[in-house]
Design a protein. Structure first.
Length: 496
């Protein structure tokens, strides 16, 4: 057991970091996040000192390999630049609101250092460091300190942790308590550890997508089939978390994932299973869909999930998106135009927004006015072109290995491989479902704020960092995307 843990110490630390953020209010309560910098540094320490070694590779050579690979990784320098930028914002803060009697206007006093990034309230801007530092630490650890099998274990750990958190949320919901964790009185709707129900919906929808991919892999690979025993219930619990969060968008997206993901997995396995088993799988899926629909819409017609997706509720959501949230987005764009390069600092939107709106429109922002409900617009307004550019650069660097492997798979098919015609069915369902889940999170971020939760930000980043590991590194072959399957995949580089 000790040898196994030593081989996967990086995975253990990344799982602890992601799990801690998920259970502690989704990472949104900065007063409870004192352990986050230390957990992040522990991930980096394990990556450099105890990385996963290759076959017959001494530990000292593995360390040197990881050091060299990490120093060549642009994500390292993007992480240093972004966190340094956020640190400068935090330190260059403390701007007081002043009234200009001559112009009859309100404005904020200049920052101590007028030529650099700044913030209104340093205590609020400090939170940004608790958001992005763990995400970069986790991704660097995954890229350089783990192997393909370790990434699979990490995804399973995330799914299992989500299932446990969802089970806690279901029990808490069933109890009818209005206190989060039975301790904190809440006036707004909440679920599990998330004080904002839509954060819970985004979190569990993402993990539900990953759960589908992992369960499909477990069923398709005989050596991994024993894991389906617990991955099935974990999938159901993560779906339950997405539904019982009562987030309208999460409900719709998770139901879409259930239908489209289920059909995709069946089609993916179609050529690998017998005709009789095809019939059984298809019937089982259709029965599950039929019983689920019957329960939601007929057996319990007044259940809260149905109430959230009925016509008038969806109409209210559309009205809100085109009304309040559109005003918030326009206000954020106006703030950015006034502060294009550095923005107004972390959480600066909540201070500047009322200066941008006239009296008749300020009433629109009384509920949820601290956030734009459009993550891209808010990051742009608060961090400017420089900060937002660093964020987009990091996302691009995160996607490069995935695009490289996808291109290799496509080119190998063009060179004469004669398996599946469509690329979608020649790659791992784990990768496909991760991409589906992370894409849905991005879509949500245009009308809500999933990336304002560190738990979602880290889980999203970790899932994408793992996605490329399940793509074939060379010529595709049956199940070559699966660790431990046959035939054995090509050796993985330290920076896939």
């Amino acid at each position: 057991m000790r040898d196994v843990l030593a081989k996967y110490w990086v995975i253990v630390h990344v799982a602890l970091l992601a799990g801690f953020l998920a259970w502690v209010h989704g990472g949104t309560r900065v007063d409870h996040l004192g352990a986050v910098p230390w957990l992040s540094l522990a991930v980096l320490e394990m990556t450099l000192l105890l990385p996963a070694v290759r076959r017959d590779e001494p530990l000292d050579l593995a360390r040197r390999r990881v050091w060299r690979a990490m120093l060549r990784d642009p994500l390292l320098y993007l992480g240093i630049a972004l966190n340094g930028y956020l640190l400068f914002q935090f330190l260059n803060g403390g701007q007081k609101l002043m009234f200009d009697a001559s112009g009859n206007t309100w404005s904020f006093a200049p920052a101590p250092i007028g030529w650099g990034p700044c913030c209104i309230d340093p205590a609020e801007a400090r939170q940004m460091l608790y958001w992005f530092l763990p995400a970069f630490a986790a991704v660097l650890g995954i890229r350089h300190g783990t192997n393909r099998r370790g990434k699979l274990y990490l995804l399973r750990a995330l799914v299992a942790n989500g299932a446990l958190l969802s089970l806690f949320g279901v029990l808490q919901y069933a109890s009818g308590t209005t206190n989060l964790f039975g301790l904190t009185p809440m006036t707004e709707r909440f679920f599990a550890s998330f004080g904002y129900a839509n954060h819970a919906g985004s979190f569990f929808t993402l993990l539900f997508a990953v759960s589908i991919g992992l369960l499909a892999q477990a069923l398709l690979v005989p050596a991994e089939r024993r894991h389906a025993i617990w991955l099935g219930p974990a999938l159901v619990l993560n779906l339950a978390g997405a539904l019982l969060s009562l987030s309208r968008l999460a409900i719709l997206l998770s139901l879409a994932l259930f239908l489209l993901g289920g059909l995709y997995v069946i089609r993916h396995a179609w050529k690998q299973i017998s005709n009789s088993l095809r019939f059984q799988v298809l019937v089982a899926f259709l029965l599950a869909a039929a019983f689920g629909a019957a329960f939601l819409f007929f057996a319990a017609p007044n259940n809260p999930v149905r109430q959230e997706i009925r016509g008038e509720a969806l109409g209210k959501f559309v009205e809100e998106v085109s009304g309040v949230r559109w005003q918030q987005t326009m206000a954020a764009c106006n703030i950015w135009r006034d502060h294009p390069w550095f923005g107004v600092g972390g959480w600066g939107f909540r201070h500047y927004v009322c200066l941008d709106l006239d009296e008749s429109r300020r009433a629109l922002l009384q509920s949820g006015g601290a956030n734009v409900h459009n993550d891209a617009a808010q990051f742009l307004a608060e961090h400017g072109l420089i900060g937002f550019g660093l964020i987009l650069g990091a996302v691009g660097a995160l996607m490069v290995p995935l695009f490289r492997r996808l291109r290799q798979t496509h080119m190998s098919h063009a060179d004469g491989w004669t398996g599946e015609r469509w690329l979608l069915f020649r790659i791992s369902p784990i990768t496909v479902l991760i991409l589906a889940g992370t894409t849905f999170t991005c879509l949500e971020s245009f009308v809500d704020l999933p990336f304002r939760s560190p738990a979602i930000l880290v889980t999203w980043s970790v899932a994408l960092a793992c996605a490329s590991a399940f793509l074939p590194a060379a010529m595709p072959a049956a199940f070559s995307w699966m660790p431990g399957s046959s035939p054995k995949p090509a050796p993985e580089s330290s920076n896939p």
